[in-house]
Design a protein around this ligand. Structure first.
Ligand code: CMC
Length: 438
């Protein structure tokens, strides 16, 4: 029978020999995925640290939230396949599942939904913040700053040891981030802010806050509302990615959840993380017309140019991105609903995809369209400007960030994150006073 450690069953041991020294390290098993070598006693036993820049080989935590198998194209949230959630659940149900670990019953669902509606309003003082930004401010800058500022409105959130306070902060974040996101957009286009509408669903109200104007009636298109809900579900969590790891690291210091999520937003802003769907649109604009596709594909295949086919390939998913399949279906629904089949931009995207998926260069390297290829196109079709793409990603990922933050805080023996380093600088040398330095 397997031995047991506080972190899970010890299924085996790994031994490491360094010269005469030998360290025996436990191997821990999870419920799915590869076992891990537990190196927590490595330094005590050998005086060595492990070296893993980028943490590609390192499990930084235990987690029961999301499981990914990149080779098989599997993405599970709390055990449920993403395909089933995206087609059967709403974003709010998915959020509840990620945060609390189980799908809500009807009563729990209604109460959670109502709570989020009540929390969606922003303190009126927050309106004043927006005027402090330039009109051309990037909406991610506005979002990041304003979410961090929420901690000034809810000082009780600083007490992260209080479970009720953690729960209230959770609901506040999930509910208020969409309002801040929509207002960041309205501010940059010079339109009046639209308040959340409690008669609508989460995604419907979000669309209304983005697109309604006081001088015209706004009717939510159900196909677009469903597409928005799916985009939010598909981006809600993706285990220990850069922004989630950032939230956990900041959270490990005991910082309040608004500050932690603001840090996650900052990490997401980087083009290597949240900016790929924006890059897809940039690439399509650069290609321009269908006639230019073959020359562009040649450029991609000719590595010297450094050009990549944006929206293709994935670090983890090597056969297919399960989110991309659902996104493609949603994309086709949106294009049909809006009658965009003949639009040159969407026609160009369809042709580019057709050529790439049949080209041996991409087939041999297992490069398939990823979630960002279609999400950028859907958002564009909905009339959302590219500068808002990463903001929408942040609205969805707030759920994952706060779920992971809660899990970390509730972990027994949780400690501050503090990696070590391989020092390659000067060895010790004597200080020379300025006058003696010449
Ligand atoms: N276009 C052309 N060639 C590519 C591409 C691409 N998009 N992606 C990978 N390759 C080639 C690469 O040149 C290499 O070729 P070779 O083996 O001959 O040297 C091979 O495929 C393997 O590439 P890699 O760089 O080892 O793959 P990676 O796992 O490090 O990169 C990636 C993953 C997503 C960074 C990369 O595929 C890429 O840059 N894609 C375009 C950007 C993009 O769409 N990013 C969004 C990803 S989804 C984000 C999310 O999960 O939220």
């Amino acid at each position: 029978m397997a031995d047991h450690d506080i972190n899970g069953p010890v299924s085996d041991t790994a031994s490491l020999s360094i010269g005469e020294q030998r360290a025996v390290l436990p191997v821990l098993s999870g419920t799915l995925g590869p076992d891990v070598v537990d190196i927590r006693k490595l330094t005590a036993e050998t005086g060595l640290f492990s070296y893993d820049p980028g943490y590609g080989e390192t499990a930084s935590c235990r987690s029961a939230i999301t499981f990914i198998d990149g080779d098989k194209g599997v993405l599970l949230h709390r055990g449920y396949p993403i395909e089933q959630l995206a087609t059967g659940a709403s974003f709010i149900e998915t959020a509840y599942l990620l945060v609390y670990g189980e799908l809500p019953g009807r009563e729990e669902y209604l109460r959670f939904q109502q709570d989020l509606k009540e929390q969606a309003l922003l303190h009126e003082q927050i309106r004043n913040f927006f005027n402090g930004f330039r009109r051309d401010a990037h909406p991610m800058a506005i979002l990041c700053g304003t979410v961090a500022a929420l901690s000034a409105f809810y000082p009780e959130a600083v007490d992260i040891s209080n479970e009720a306070s953690r729960d209230l902060s959770t609901r506040r974040l999930i509910a208020k981030v969409p309002t801040i996101a929509a207002w960041a957009y309205k501010y940059t286009v010079g339109e009046p802010f639209v308040y959340p509408d409690n008669s609508l669903s989460f995604s419907e109200s979000f669309l209304k806050m983005l697109f309604a104007r006081p001088n015209a009636e706004y009717k939510v298109n159900p196909v677009l509302a469903r597409a928005m809900d799916r985009i939010l579900i598909l981006h809600a969590d993706h285990e220990q990615n850069a922004s989630t790891s950032t939230v956990r690291l900041v959270g490990s210091t005991g910082a309040n959840p608004f500050a932690c999520v603001a840090a996650g937003i900052a990490a997401l802003w980087g083009p290597a993380h949240g900016g790929a769907n924006e890059a897809v649109l940039g690439m399509l604009a650069q290609i321009g017309t269908k006639e230019n596709i073959p020359a562009f594909i040649e450029q991609v295949k000719n590595r010297e140019s450094g050009v990549r086919l944006m929206g293709f390939g994935h670090r983890v998913y090597k056969n297919f991105d399960p989110r991309a399949k659902i996104m493609e279906q949603t994309y086709l629904e949106v294009v049909a609903e809006l009658g965009l089949e003949q639009d040159p931009m969407f026609d160009l995207a369809a042709e580019l995809e057709r050529i790439a998926v049949n080209d041996p260069y991409f087939v041999q390297r297992r490069l398939y369209p990823n979630v960002d290829f279609y999400s950028g196109l859907i958002l564009k079709a909905m009339g959302i400007p590219t500068s808002m793409f990463t903001v929408l990603f942040a609205v969805a990922r707030t759920v994952g960030w706060i779920s992971q933050w809660r899990e970390m805080i509730e972990e027994p023996g949780q400690r501050i994150g503090r990696p070590r380093q391989l020092y390659v600088g000067q060895t010790e040398r004597a200080f020379t006073p300025l006058d003696a330095r010449g």
